[in-house]
Write a protein that binds this ligand. Structure first.
Ligand code: GDP
Ligand code: IMO
Ligand code: MG
Length: 426
């Protein structure tokens, strides 16, 4: 099949950037299909370490088109600065394509994101403050501006006036924030428009033409299954469909074109922001995992909450995404432990759950049921062949594979591109 999807199976930061970069060489096009600058994807290759927010992680390969699909939202200021940073590092974005149908993040979206979080007080979501929720709200409300609106100054101004007529009273009366004039925003945004112009395309047409020409496309997910607006731990989620279904609507490629769906799962679990996390650790083991795995957010610099691998949620991710393959990342990090726990089920209200409970309040007070496996307590970062892993590490992978019901095709044992075991992907 010409198109494959890569999707996060947990609460984000599974190592999607590394895995995308790793397999991108086998694709002609890599297209991001959801989210915006809330994503932080780390790619380390050829002595470059990149933290990508909006540009797809396939950008490192000459001859691969990076595409920002229609399901994404675009912050023009941040995108242009990302393009500049990449070019300073010798990585060209000349081949980048940006969908004309992607929505634009406006300054007021960021103001509203911050102000809404403040209002929520202790119930805050812990967003990345990149304006994501308000931008998608405007998209659904049909009051948003799209990238293509930047191609025509008159249309941009008119749509902006209409958007401000709706948004300014909210800024002023609901949040007691300063309002904006169209002139003020045009002054900063029109120069961005000029620079973005060469990248703007009808991305669904571009992608389908590529497919017709026999090219392979990778649809790169951001965020993750448990942050998906429909399938995640609502309301502690992001505002887009990060799951594989979003890859179809967010790219304009039909589902019949998609063959493989690769889920990325960290060999333990992390989460940034608020919300339930049944296997979260509050002890020195959690601290040790966080320190060893350098678990600090790429976008916000926040310390990530750490916990044991949760087999229930990855099995759930296999279901809602239709996973065909799994990549298990950061296996090297677990070398610091003598015993490793894995959550195989939850208990709540005297019942045992082997899938994510339907009711959020049950999920909230679910207690994990663990199985304990022996650790391997050595450095595996140099291993490139599954059969050379210590027996305990192979058993661990086999166990995760059984719980997910999906074969583990890729294992990563370090942040570099080469620190990888390819079992069944290629
Ligand atoms: P993403 O958002 O899913 O792309 O993941 P992030 O880039 O936010 O976080 C993953 C972090 O783990 C990054 O710092 C990567 O460089 C790092 N990383 C990825 N794979 C491995 C691995 O196998 N081992 C180790 N130790 N680090 C890894
Ligand atoms: P990558 O692609 C981890 C989380 C935020 C917050 C919630 C909503 O790097 O895996 P938002 O700003 O989207 O409205 O925040 O979602 N979140 C992420 N957590 N990795 C991400 O992206 C995330 N993007 C958003 O922390 O809890
Ligand atoms: Mg990340």
């Amino acid at each position: 099949m010409p198109a494959s999807v890569l999707v996060g199976t947990q609460w984000g930061d599974e190592g999607k950037g590394k895995v995308t970069d790793l397999i991108s060489g086998g694709f002609d096009v890599v297209c991001r299909y959801a989210g915006g600058a809330n994503a932080g994807h780390t790619v380390i290759a050829n002595d470059h370490e990149l933290a990508l927010h909006q540009v797809p992680s396939g950008v490192m390969y000459e001859g691969t088109y990076p595409v920002i699909g229609n399901g994404c939202i675009v912050d023009p200021e941040l995108l242009l600065s990302e393009i500049d940073t990449l070019s300073e590092q010798g990585i060209s974005c000349d081949a980048l394509k940006v969908s004309g149908n992607a929505h634009i993040v406006m300054p007021y979206h960021k103001d509203l994101d911050g102000a809404h979080e403040k209002r929520l007080g202790k119930n805050l979501i812990g967003t990345t403050k990149r304006g994501v929720g308000p931008t998608y709200m405007d998209k659904m409300n049909r009051t948003g501006l799209r990238v293509q609106d930047m191609l025509d100054e008159k249309i941009f101004r008119e749509k902006l006036e209409a958007a401000l007529a709706y948004t300014n009273p909210i800024l002023e009366k609901v949040y007691e924030l300063p309002t904006y004039s169209a002139a003020q925003i045009c002054e900063t945004y029109l120069p961005y428009a000029e620079r973005l112009c060469p990248y703007i395309v009808e991305s669904s047409l571009f992608l389908n033409e590529q497919l017709e020409a026999g090219k392979n496309i990778l649809l790169e997910g951001a965020q993750a299954t448990m942050l998906d607006i429909d399938h995640g731990t609502y309301p502690f989620v992001t505002s887009s469909n990060c799951t594989a279904g979003g890859a179809v609507t967010g790219s304009g490629i039909g589902p019949t074109q998609i063959g493989r769906v690769l889920g990325v799962a960290k060999s333990y679990l992390t989460r940034v922001g608020s919300g339930p996390f049944p296997t979260e650790l509050f002890d020195e083991v959690g601290d040790l995992i966080g320190r060893t795995g350098h678990e600090v957010g790429v976008t916000t610099g926040r310390a990530r909450r750490c916990g044991w691998y949760d087999g229930v949620i990855v099995n759930y991710a296999a279901r809602v995404n239709g996973l065909t393959d799994l990549a298990i990342t950061k296996l090297d990090v677990l070398g610091c432990l003598d015993k490793i726990k894995v959550c195989v089920a939850y208990e709540a209200d005297g019942r045992r759950y082997t899938t994510v409970p339907e009711h959020q309040s049950v999920f909230y007070h679910s207690k994990p049921v663990y199985e304990t496996l022996p650790g391997w307590q050595c450095d595996i970062s140099g291993v490139r062949d599954f059969y050379r892993l210590p027996r305990e590490a192979k058993d661990y992978i086999d166990f995760l594979e059984q719980l997910a019901g999906v074969r583990v095709s890729i294992i990563t044992v370090g942040p570099d591109r080469e620190q990888t075991i390819d079992r069944y992907w290629n």
